[in-house]
Design a protein around this ligand. Structure first.
Ligand code: G4P
Ligand code: MG
Length: 177
């Protein structure tokens, strides 16, 4: 599959666009829940625009040898779901909506704790069949970019960040900002 290389600057710009969507929509939330590890850096970038605390949860679908497992595994969860979720407005942040297994699994678990509202923000939504629907309770879904089904190489996975930058295809800053 053809790879799509992205730079940190491109990711930052995409996060800024998501922040604009959230603000235009008037969604205010108590905190973000970042799905690790891919959601951690996007959540921190989003905090620059919308300053809310970040709670980290860990889910893995690929093991340490990069083999895909049968189901997502929870590697880290909330310390105090009653205080952190019940009656709260949450923004769930992840880098990519691919098959949606991890995001769907995480949403189902969070909904058990009775949030007032959960919205989802992803940098990239791949245009492909999804293994799950977004639960009906989730009314707001923010995506930075909808992209064709390609393997995205994120800058935080790069061994050589300068080489990554050279391969990033939309390296020019947007002309209207
Ligand atoms: P989804 O719910 O987010 O759609 O993800 P899905 O379960 O289909 O796949 C989960 C794992 O696959 C996630 O990593 C996600 O980051 C990774 N993934 C899916 N598509 C891409 C891609 O195009 N590029 C990269 N780099 N990763 C992709 P994970 O193993 O669960 O954990 P982590 O890598 O976030 O630590
Ligand atoms: Mg990943």
């Amino acid at each position: 599959m053809e790879k799509l290389f992205l730079s940190y600057n491109q990711i930052h710009q995409t996060v800024k666009e998501i922040a604009g969507q959230i603000e235009a929509d008037g969604y205010t939330f108590d905190h973000m829940i970042a799905i690790g590890t891919g959601g951690f850096i996007p959540a921190r970038m989003l905090k620059t625009y919308i300053n809310r605390p970040i709670i980290a949860v860990g889910m893995a679908y690929y093991d340490l040898d990069d083999n895909k497992m049968d189901a997502p595994v929870v590697t880290q969860w909330l310390d105090d779901p009653i205080n952190q979720i019940k009656g709260r407005r949450i923004l769930l942040v992840d880098e990519v909506d691919d098959t949606r297994s991890t995001i769907g699994f995480c949403l189902e678990r969070l909904l058990r704790h009775d949030p007032l509202e959960i919205a989802v923000a992803v940098l990239h939504d791949k245009d492909k069949p999804k293994s799950r629907e977004i639960p009906v309770q989730v009314k707001r879904y923010y995506r930075g970019l909808k992209i064709e089904d390609r393997w995205i190489c994120y800058p935080w996975d790069a061994q050589d960040i300068w080489e990554q930058d050279k391969q990033a295809v939309w390296a020019d800053p947007p002309t209207d900002s």
